[in-house]
Design a protein around this ligand. Structure first.
Ligand code: NAP
Length: 318
């Protein structure tokens, strides 16, 4: 069995900060960093889908999300962190060392085992649940303006949502699109005041209040959206060629169901820092935080998880 002192699952700011700290503590961590498979689940986490980050301390003029993540990864590598580009497909936390599979979960032997496990698998974008949404992902429907915005140069697009993500997407899209319509199910935005101010000031942005998307029109590409006023029931068509869904996130915790304690929304419950209900298993970042969800808080909790892990491993030697 490929026994490791520490395995870190996930490579967003939480996982990479945990890796930097545990590698500097000579714990030779292995980071299972994910696979570049979809727009919502990739090495580097959600910041790979972000443009400029203006609120991560230490960068006077801001930094691009992917650049911040590649710098953090390099920093972890510098201290000896090992990376594997794969997704964990199964974990068994019923006894120590903990067992982790990255290939076929039916295999009898796990791919790795770990004395301590740090879970930093993050969260992913939520979708509206419309039948055509998945089929049209990558064909006019997107959860990532940074990835796909360029394709909508000179076109009219819609963004669904009223939080910071929706406005961030809308403002980014306004650089390419001729018009960006923010479709929000209420009359007030949930986004922070500064983002609202920027959005209201942008001449390319329009708001469709009290409205929901009932249907995406198109089979191989998007030619419009059927929307409905939630108060009057009145239906109309928005003639847009792109739909960006920015309605929040869900934690990546399927692997740990029935093994770790979670709240109703599926976020891992941590106590006394980053401890889970299983001794030796720690959780950090968005996978256990449905309140703050910032790069800096994720990084901070990754540091906490590393320190908690180091102390716990030391206590096992007594
Ligand atoms: P969020 O704050 O939870 O907002 C989600 C938005 O989507 C809400 O406006 C919600 O409407 C709407 N929504 C949810 N489900 C919907 C559905 N089924 N149909 C239509 N609309 C739906 O999520 P977020 O914008 O992703 O932000 C998450 C956290 O990250 C926040 O703390 C945010 O401040 C932070 N963030 C910060 C930045 C930044 O600082 N630059 C950027 C992005 C995110 P209701 O308002 O009616 O609930």
């Amino acid at each position: 069995m490929n026994l490791k002192e520490v395995v870190v699952l996930g490579s967003g700011p939480a996982g990479l900060t945990a890796a930097i700290y545990t590698s500097r503590a000579n714990l030779n961590p292995l980071v299972i960093e994910g696979e570049p498979s979809s727009t919502t689940d990739q090495p580097g986490g959600q910041l790979m889908l972000t443009t400029e980050i203006e609120n991560f301390p230490g960068f006077l003029n801001g930094i691009m999300g992917p650049e911040l993540m590649s710098t953090m990864r390099g920093q972890a590598e510098r201290f000896g962190t090992e990376f594997v580009t794969a997704k964990a497909t199964k974990v068994d936390l019923s006894s120590r060392p903990f067992k982790i599979w990255t290939g076929d979960p039916q295999e009898a032997e796990p791919t790795y085992s770990a004395k301590a496990l740090i879970i930093a698998t993050g969260a992913r974008s939520l979708l509206l649940g419309l039948p055509s949404e998945i089929e049209l992902l990558g064909h006019g429907v997107s959860t990532c303006a940074t990835c796909d915005g360029f394709f909508f140069k000179g076109q009219e697009v819609a963004v669904v949502g009223g939080g910071d993500s929706a406005l961030e997407e809308a403002l980014f899209l306004a650089k390419f699109a001729s018009k960006v319509i923010v479709v929000h199910r209420r009359k007030e935005l949930r986004a922070s005041k500064i983002m609202q101010e920027r959005a209201f000031k942008n001449p390319k942005l329009e708001f469709q209040w009290d409205s929901v998307v009932d249907e995406i029109i198109g089979t191989e590409s998007v030619s419009g959206l059927k929307i409905r006023d939630v108060n009057t029931g009145e239906k109309s068509v928005l003639p847009v060629t792109g739909l960006f869904v920015a309605i929040g996130h869900s934690p990546n915790t399927d692997l740990f169901k029935n093994q770790l304690e979670m709240n109703d929304a599926g976020y891992i419950i941590t106590k006394l820092g980053t401890k889970t209900n299983i001794e030796g298993v720690f959780a950090c970042g968005d996978v256990q935080d449905d309140t703050y969800r910032q790069a800096i808080t994720a990084a901070g909790s990754g540091c906490m998880a590393a320190i908690d892990t180091e102390r716990w491993l030391e206590s096992q030697l007594d």
